[in-house]
Design a binder for this molecule. Structure first.
Ligand code: MRU
Length: 358
């Protein structure tokens, strides 16, 4: 996708072979800053401190992180250590464990001296696969948007999305945004309503940024406005991403997603989850088994933003010492999900339908 008219991906190998570049997402939308990851610690820190975030991108960064670790030491123990360090960075998005398992399975049987180059090549393959999966999600989701466009008789299709499940959360295209970008490419008029997504504001900082860069018409709303707009007939459908989907179709995504799904059901609106097959966790029978990341209370009691002097600062918004809870994700039960848009097609959110993906 584009930043200032230039084609970009969210992660890319350094052409000089020094490591892997990422975009520092903690500085968006105020600054576009590339950061070079040179070793395992850099990669682990980038995931933990959310310089990169979003389930598919976390997975690909972890794969490159393992490749960076093997540059220093190609042994079995180094590989195991790298997998442990990277797996411990964030608990909810299953793509992280998925990518590490894929890397380990590929590299383990190989003679140690071959691992360094092979690991980089395989991480690059996973990155390219992510792009292809997301583009396919876009094509399958396009059929849903096209059907809605027909109902709308030429009026823009109004889509609500939560958090950032855009290209910045993947290598390219995004998951929830891929159908939107495909619809834009197909000339379908649309308008995206972007939940700000407190506490880290991925909607305001990232989704609004990337939609603006791609010239997709959009409006930022506070997290509490979605239900009201749905009741007033100002939303036609919702498309969100996912961090982990249980075998029965319960979908875990950024905190607040569940409330939007409830409102959509009450208003009779379709609520779609877009995710690659790597986001499925067939080992978990239902969503309540998904580990939910508990984040720092300071993310709730403080708010970051751009000061008039151009500096990014954090300001307190609650009385000093206010106790705060900060669960990062919630689970939308399968019964509230109209369909799961994957690279293999659109599936009903049920154990029976999803068994085809295992
Ligand atoms: O905490 P984050 O920013 O990593 O959470 C991201 C989300 O919840 C996304 O919506 C999800 O990972 C889907 S990404 C295509």
């Amino acid at each position: 996708m584009l930043i200032d008219g230039e084609k970009r991906t969210a992660i890319w190998p350094d052409p000089n072979g020094e490591g892997v570049f990422i975009l520092d997402q903690t500085r968006l939308p105020h600054a576009v800053a590339n950061v070079l990851l040179r070793d395992l610690d850099d990669a682990a820190r980038a995931i933990k401190d959310m310089l990169v975030r979003g389930a598919p991108l976390i997975g690909v960064t972890a794969a490159y992180g393992m490749a960076l670790a093997l540059r220093a030491d190609q042994s079995d123990s180094a590989m195991r250590h790298a997998a442990e360090v990277l797996r411990a960075t964030r608990p909810t998005a299953v793509n992280l464990a998925w990518a590490l398992a894929r890397m380990t399975k590929f590299l383990e049987p190989m003679p140690e001296e071959m691992r360094r180059d092979a690991a980089f090549a395989f991480a690059k393959h996973l990155a390219e696969k992510d792009i292809a999966c997301n583009e396919a999600i876009g094509e399958h989701g396009l059929t849903l948007i096209r059907a809605m466009a027909e109902k709308r008789g030429g009026q823009p299709v109004r889509i609500l999305t939560h958090c950032n499940a855009g290209w910045l959360a993947t290598v390219d295209w995004g998951t929830a945004t891929a159908p939107i970008y495909k619809a834009q490419g197909a000339g379908i008029p649309l308008h995206v309503f972007v939940d700000e997504t407190r506490p880290r504001n991925q909607g305001a900082s990232l989704t609004a940024f990337e939609l603006g860069q791609q010239k997709v018409p959009h409006t930022l709303i506070v997290d509490n406005a979605g239900g009201h707009l749905m009741q007033r007939g100002e939303i036609d459908m919702a498309i969100v991403g996912a961090d982990r989907i249980a075998a029965n179709g319960d979908a875990c995504n950024k905190i607040g997603t569940y409330l939007k799904a409830l409102a959509a059901r009450d208003c009779g609106l379709p609520f779609y989850v877009a995710a690659p097959v790597s986001t499925f966790d067939p080992a978990l029978a239902e969503g309540r088994l998904i580990p939910i990341e508990e984040r720092a209370p300071e993310e709730v009691t403080f708010m970051p933003g751009l000061a008039p002097n151009g500096e990014v600062i954090s300001v307190r918004i609650a009385p000093k010492d206010t106790p705060a809870r900060n669960p990062g994700f919630d689970v939308t039960p399968a019964r509230l999900v109209s369909g799961i848009i994957t690279e293999k097609g659109v599936f009903e959110a049920s154990t029976e339908a999803l068994a085809a993906l295992a």
